[in-house]
Design a protein around this ligand. Structure first.
Ligand code: ADP
Ligand code: ASP
Ligand code: MG
Length: 476
């Protein structure tokens, strides 16, 4: 009996060089022997960052530096191609395809340089080149192994709104197009290799789904085609109790709910794009996170309900590159509209707020935004409250970029008293100063703010306190 359709997404590090791509091709070949597979691929690791640099440098008319980036990208792809594909005709076909995409990228950069303006639309067109380069190469590598495959541009499949840099899918249209384009290939036993990260508006203008958005591409296609599972292959053994780069004894969580995984993703767990589970939440399709470097391990299964570990706390995350903005002064006690004016101002400058706290004495309103949004938010607030500052009702509007957020996440924290107390005791014992605290009423998440330099200590202390390194033993 054949397995039902599976969508498999391979992230940047999983396709980082020829040997990684060869490993991926082996995984897909093995899976394709068991049932139909749609592969979704990211750009080779680091490529999207360099393309974005090239786009920004183009807007500054730094043509020479742009040429250097393109030369290194050409070399990287040509080297991988030469190692991966030995059949001359096949290698030539892929090389022609890559050359066309590089030419297009260089034209886009020259146009940007001429206008000295980088529009969100051009940035999407340039930053999407990495997936358009990796996908034909990976399709070629699969064919080389004897698994019939075809490169498909996601612009033909995923119909989105026009929010460049963070587009959302129109699922009905996406379903129609994906069925029409992919189903016949699957019926013929061909593995479509689709570019992650990318979509297009109804009129065919290319959009991107946001940084790290290939995870979302995979679940969008999984939902559109009614897949049995979506498998996200990455460079770690699943969703872990903390980022293993920050907490070395972090452990894989065998099963986790959609809600917990989403909360972790929103609070900085890069392993999953925050919108990934939106696409599958209605159909309840399970999503696996697995390590393409150790495919023998099972990884994490993300399901609608998850499985309890009894202890409430499931995992920790941290968000860096954020800024704490404070509006304060004794005079704001009587100002009834401070909160309203503050958040209309942040909305006007499109700064998204990650955390808010206000003490009951109302002396301070603190909130956190991404560091990239901080300067313009403070400038807008200073303008909004200029009169109040002049009349000494508002004493200060300040910004601190030396901080980070730590979030403690777990669905069963609801109804488990003492989680907040244990967290703050554990952190306090290590002499880490807690600058602000927030807990959503859903109680899926307790977040606190510490100085960035103390983040590892705070994470280690909390990880230890909740026995997360041993959570497997507790049967999580
Ligand atoms: P990909 O290129 O496969 O999309 P990413 O770099 O986007 O991979 O995501 C994988 C990385 O996410 C890991 O290398 C790890 O450092 C980081 N990460 C952060 N938090 C977690 C977590 N809780 N569990 C697993 N990985 C995490
Ligand atoms: N290549 C894109 C990025 O780096 C999308 C992804 O990897 O998911 O953001
Ligand atoms: Mg990613």
């Amino acid at each position: 009996m054949k397995k039902p359709l599976r969508v498999m997404k391979f992230g940047g590090t999983s396709v980082g060089d020829a040997s990684c791509i060869a490993r991926v091709a082996k995984i897909v070949k093995g899976a394709a022997a068991e049932g139909p597979i749609v592969a979704v691929v990211s750009a080779m690791s680091g490529v999207t960052n360099r393309l974005i640099d090239a786009a920004n440098l183009s807007a500054l008319a730094e043509g020479k530096q742009v040429d250097v980036i393109f030369a290194s990208l050409r070399l990287q792809h040509e080297t991988a191609l030469a190692t991966l594909i030995h059949d001359d005709a096949r290698r030539k076909r892929v090389a022609v395809c890559l050359a066309k995409i590089f030419d297009e990228g260089e034209r886009l950069c020259r146009g940007t340089a001429m206008l000295r303006e980088l529009t969100p639309r051009s940035l999407d067109a340039i930053s999407s080149l990495g997936e358009r380069l990796s996908a034909p190469m990976i399709a070629g590598a699969l064919s080389e192994l004897g698994t019939p495959s075809e490169f498909v541009e996601a612009t033909e499949l995923i119909v989105t709104d026009s929010s460049h840099g963070g587009a959302d899918p129109r699922m009905d249209r996406t379903r129609e197009r994906s069925e029409a384009r992919l189903r016949p290939l699957l019926q013929e036993g061909v593995v479509p290799v689709v570019t992650g990260f990318i979509g297009a508006t109804q009129d065919g203008v290319l959009t991107t789904l946001g940084r790290g958005g290939s995870d979302y591409s995979a679940t969008i296609l999984g939902a559109a085609l009614g897949a049995g599972e979506v498998i996200i292959w990455t460079d770690v053994d699943g969703v872990m109790t903390a980022d293993p780069r920050l907490v070395p004894d972090a452990r894989t969580i065998p099963e986790i709910s959609y809600r917990e995984a989403t909360e972790l993703a929103y609070f900085g767990a890069k392993v999953l794009h925050p919108k990934t589970l939106h696409a599958v939440s209605q159909a309840g399709i399970p999503v696996w996170i697995r390590n393409s470097f150790t495919p023998e391990r099972t990884g994490t299964k993300i399901t609608p309900k998850g499985r309890t570990n009894g202890g409430g706390v499931k995992a920790l995350t941290a968000i860096r590159d954020v800024a704490l903005i404070t509006i304060g002064g004794p005079g704001i006690v009587g100002l009834t509209d401070v909160v309203g004016r503050t958040f209309s101002t942040t909305a006007e400058v499109r700064a998204s707020i990650l955390l808010i706290t206000q003490s009951s004495s109302q002396n301070d309103i603190c909130f956190i935004v991404a560091a990239a949004d901080a300067k313009r938010t403070v400038e807008a607030l200073r303008k909004e409250f200029a009169q109040d500052v002049a009349h000494e009702k508002v004493e200060h509007i300040t910004m601190d970029t030396t901080i980070a957020i730590v979030a403690v996440v777990g669905e069963n924290m609801r109804g488990t008293p003492g989680v907040a107390g244990r967290t703050f005791n554990a952190v306090g014992r290590e002499n880490v100063n807690i600058i602000a605290i927030a807990q959503g009423s859903s109680e899926t998440n307790i977040s606190f703010v510490v100085f960035e330099k103390e983040i590892k200590v705070a994470l280690a202390a909390t990880h230890r306190e909740f026995g997360l390194a041993g959570s497997k033993a507790k049967g999580s």
